[in-house]
Each structure stands twice: as structure tokens, then as C-alpha cells.
Design a binder for this molecule. Structure first.
Ligand code: MG
Ligand code: ZN
Length: 251
């Protein structure tokens, strides 16, 4: 079930047989299966009017810290649940326990991204009828999570100032699929020699559709804007539960 591994195996085979198109076919069938699962998830979420947000970033950019803070600050306003994907441990899920939200961990083992089928299985541990908003914390990785639709309404990419301004240019695909880019660790921007103007230019170059909100989870900077974004989209979701646009964009 590892896309990279399947591709590599197939690429070797293709090389031997001289058929360079083979590896694309295998990847496509895996993604097609995933898209079908994601479609079912999206229908299910829509029926229950749950806003679903897929959080993507490299390891250590602050996905779990952001969620921790968000669960605390918004728990009196909306009912939230979290699906947390990690390679080996459920440490992040544990960090999010007792924050007034349902939390379920997916340990992917060697798979470096979440797939719709994994999310689907994990949902049996959550009471969807009691949720307004579901966060999916993807595995920390800026490459393949971009290719796997999880039935979400929105994708949020977190870029931290300590990673440098050039990440959007190096990993354009993940930024291209983002609705919102949160630039985290703004409190460290100066120390990290991070040039905000260049970062925004780079994001706009590859992802003109993405909104940008600078934040610092640690210092609480910009979080009001982030909450406003969430609450606004939650209201829209209640009014228009079926997000056909998300599906059209993902596939
Ligand atoms: Mg995490
Ligand atoms: Zn992967």
C-alpha cells in the first residue's frame, strides 16, 4: 500500500521491459481507489454537515501544537474531533487528549501519508453525530500527502519560518492543493533570517489561490484570524453541506 514502493518496483520492471508508461498506471489505480473512498467519506461528512480540514506540513512545523491550542480556544464554540496520523507512535494523539475533543490515532507504520481508507476505518472510534468540525492531522511530509484526497473540504499547509522561504518552490504540489497557508513560528522569523515578503511571493507564484495567515502558536499571534477562518467556513458548511468544489479540485 506504499505508493512510493509500488512505483519504484514498477519502475524497475518497466525499465527491464522498456515500457516507461507502466509506473504511472499503477500509481493511478491506487489513487483512483483512494478517490472513490474519499468520495464516500465526503458524502458522509456532508450528510452530517461536518466541516473537514486536512492539515499538512513537514515534521515539526507545529501541526499538533496548533491543534492543541485550537481545541482549547474553540471548545466552547464548536464541537471538534481529530484524526491524527503518525508513522510510529500515538504521542501526538495523546497530547491532544483531554482537550474537549474526540481524538483517534492512526499509526501508518511505513506509509508516509494518510489514505482515505485509513481515515474511514478510524471513524468508527469517533461519534460523528456529535461533531461540527473534524481535523485530520496528516503524517509530516510535504510530498505524497498532496496526492491523497481524504474527503476534506479544505487543505491547510503549515510552513514554519525555520524551514526557509523556498519550501513552496521545492514542494509546489502540496502548496498548489492548499486553500490556506499558515506561516507559523513568526516569533522566530528574525532569528531564522526568514524573509516574509519572499515567502509570500513564492507561495503566490505556485499557489495563487491560497490565502496566507502568519501566526505564532507559541505567542498566540494571528490565532484570532485562524479561528475566524475556521468559524466562517464552518458556518458556510452548515449552509451548503455538499462541497462539490473540493472534490473537483482534488481529483
Ligand atoms: Mg504532529
Ligand atoms: Zn507517502
Amino acid at each position: 500500500m506504499n505508493l512510493e514502493r509500488e512505483n519504484v518496483t514498477q519502475a524497475n520492471r518497466s525499465e527491464a521491459s522498456g515500457q516507461s508508461t507502466q509506473k504511472i498506471v499503477v500509481g493511478t489505480s491506487l489513487l483512483k481507489r483512494n478517490d472513490e473512498q474519499a468520495h464516500k467519506l465526503r458524502e458522509n461528512f456532508s450528510q452530517k454537515s461536518i466541516l473537514v480540514v486536512n492539515l499538512l506540513s513537514s515534521p515539526g512545523s507545529g501541526k499538533t501544537s496548533l491543534l492543541e491550542k485550537t481545541l482549547i480556544d474553540l471548545q466552547k464554540k464548536i464541537r471538534m474531533g481529530v484524526v491524527v496520523g503518525d508513522l510510529q507512535t500515538d504521542r501526538d494523539a495523546q497530547r491532544l487528549q483531554n482537550r474537549g475533543a474526540g481524538v483517534v490515532a492512526i499509526t501508518t507504520g511505513t506509509v508516509c501519508h494518510l489514505e482515505a481508507a485509513m481515515v474511514s476505518r478510524s471513524l468508527s472510534s469517533l461519534d460523528l453525530d456529535s461533531l461540527d468540525l473534524l481535523f485530520i492531522e496528516n503524517v509530516g511530509n510535504l510530498v505524497c500527502p498532496a496526492r491523497f484526497d481524504l474527503g476534506e473540504d479544505y487543505r491547510i499547509v503549515i510552513l514554519s519560518t525555520t524551514e526557509g522561504e523556498d519550501k513552496p518552490l521545492k514542494y509546489p504540489f502540496i502548496f498548489q492543493s492548499a486553500n490556506l497557508v499558515l506561516i507559523n513560528k513568526m516569533d522566530l522569523a528574525e532569528l531564522a533570517d526568514f524573509n516574509m515578503d519572499v515567502a509570500c511571493e513564492n507561495i503566490k507564484m505556485v499557489a495563487p489561490q491560497a490565502m496566507i495567515i502568519p501566526i505564532s502558536v507559541k505567542k498566540g499571534l494571528g490565532l484570532a484570524d485562524w479561528y475566524q477562518w475556521l468559524l466562517k467556513h464552518y458556518e458556510t458548511k452548515k449552509e451548503y453541506p455538499i462541497n462539490k468544489f473540493a472534490e473537483a479540485v482534488r481529483h
